[in-house]
Design a protein around this ligand. Structure first.
Ligand code: AMP
Ligand code: GLY
Length: 431
């Protein structure tokens, strides 16, 4: 079978790597892919992830048997609906379900109807009304652009002035374009965050082990938010034995609600959770694998991802085992200096093979191969991922591999996994 992976990041490299291990697969194509997908043996094709018509034409012509979209934009633009119309199986939700991620107001409405715990909120289409609400309730508050804003449309405001400034930025100056013509203003929740992903077949949700992202750019969760500077699994704040209960709380009610709306959800439902003193609450849903969570999660997944995706598309995930390796996995993202603001490109990358010599895996987030040389080509360049018997061992192995990689003008966080290791120590001390 031929498989088409859509996207160009570390998540898509990990998907290519895992899908290629399936005996069912002959060729993997990546649109547009990156240096890592090419090194993995995928055929990169020059079609952007948001060119839905171009992707369908390609998939038809090449008789693609399975399409796997990585990024949210393709999903909200209706890639799954378009592929379905062409008779091509596509592992991802339809455009209706993808609005769970594409519109925060829609997500809030589905959560309310499904009875899922989340922050109290109000939705505004009018700047003056939104300003009046901020003045009435006071800070702290969270202001969110309704639409897709590449993870940048959320402001956690400590003061009313900050919240008002965020409203001016999002609704007044339209910093995120149409994504900000509506805003969601939320109660500010306090706690530790965790990513909880389920594989879904329309009816069933099969939990993957928990993961934790590191959104802030600098050590100690300082600095502006990024796409994610590293991730590990499992996250001790959400242990494996709680996964089924969590799926009952935040995933299965959503599947039931969407099915009732006439749109069964097939694909990955990712709940971004805040573990508060009042229990877990959903901050947001994504309708795809997270990046970089996907990299450690797929290193732990023990089984044939093609079989799993096909079973989900056939509406029966209970037909295949979804097993996990018992090890922990941890990924460290190496970035170009300046990210998440402007950054240089084109730096040569050395040490990739040495880094993988002891079993670590280097997933490429933003690279390109030019004349046989692998070069940096994005803000996030690599995600160096390793398995270990413990979280600490996974951390040690990942950082040992990072130390072997040389990229001019690059940096990484040096504390990926620390929060989890600290929590494990506290749990041990409490025993
Ligand atoms: P979102 O895109 O909705 O997940 O928001 C991005 C980030 O903003 C989250 O990962 C949290 O760190 C923070 N955040 C979002 N909503 C809230 C909230 N209600 N309370 C506190 N922090 C939040
Ligand atoms: N790592 C967060 C995301 O993929 O949205």
């Amino acid at each position: 079978m031929r498989v088409l992976v859509i996207g160009s990041g570390g998540r898509e490299h990990a998907l290519v790597w895992k899908l290629k291990q399936s005996p069912l697969v002959d060729d993997v194509y990546a649109a547009p892919g990156n240096g890592g997908t090419a090194r993995e043996g995928a055929i990169n094709i020059n079609i952007p992830a948001d060119d839905i018509a171009g992707l369908v034409t390609f998939a038809r012509r090449e008789e693609i048997g399975l399409v796997v979209p990585g990024p949210e934009l393709a999903l909200t633009l209706g890639i799954t609906d378009a592929m379905k119309e062409a008779g091509i199986p596509c592992f991802g939700p339809d455009a209706y379900c993808a609005r769970l991620e594409g519109s925060k107001a829609f997500a809030k409405d589905v959560m309310r109807r499904a009875g899922v715990p989340t922050a109290a909120c109000a939705v505004f289409d009018d700047l003056d009304a939104a300003r009046a609400h901020v003045r009435a309730v006071g800070a702290p508050l969270v202001v969110k652009a309704d639409g897709l804003a590449a993870g940048k449309g959320v402001v956690v405001a400590r003061t009313s002035e900050e919240a008002l400034a965020a409203l001016d930025e999002i609704m007044g100056r339209k910093a995120f374009g149409k994504a900000g013509s509506r805003v969601v203003i939320e109660e500010c929740l306090i706690g530790e965050e965790a990513s909880f992903l389920c594989l879904c077949d329309g009816l069933r949700a099969v939990p993957l082990p928990s993961a934790q992202d590191h959104k802030a750019v600098y050590d100690g969760d300082k600095g502006p938010n990024t796409g994610g500077m590293g991730a590990y699994s499992p996250a001790p704040v959400l242990p494996d034995e709680d996964a089924e209960r969590m799926a009952d709380l935040v995933s299965r009610p959503i599947l039931r609600q969407l099915a009732e709306d006439g749109h069964p959800f097939v694909g990955v439902l990712y709940a971004g959770l805040m573990m508060t003193a009042d229990g877990p609450k959903v901050l947001e849903y994504n309708t795809r694998f997270g990046d970089p969570e996907c990299q450690p999660l797929l290193m732990r997944l023990d089984g044939d991802l093609v079989e799993i995706m096909q079973a989900a598309l056939a509406g029966d995930l209970s037909a295949v085992p979804v097993r996990q390796k018992p090890e922990s996995a941890l990924g460290v993202v190496i970035c170009a200096r300046g990210y998440p603001q402007s950054y240089p490109k084109g730096m040569p990358i050395e040490g990739l093979d040495e880094a993988e010599a002891d079993g670590a895996k280097v997933f490429h987030s933003g690279t390109v191969v030019e004349n046989g040389v692998c070069k940096a080509n994005g803000g996030r360049v690599l995600c160096v991922t390793a398995l270990g018997k413990t979280l600490k061992e996974a951390q040690d192995k990942a950082y040992a591999a990072v130390a072997k990689i040389r990229i001019p003008d690059s940096f990484h966080r040096s504390d990926i996994g620390e929060k989890g290791i600290r929590r494990l120590q506290q749990q041990q001390n409490a025993r």
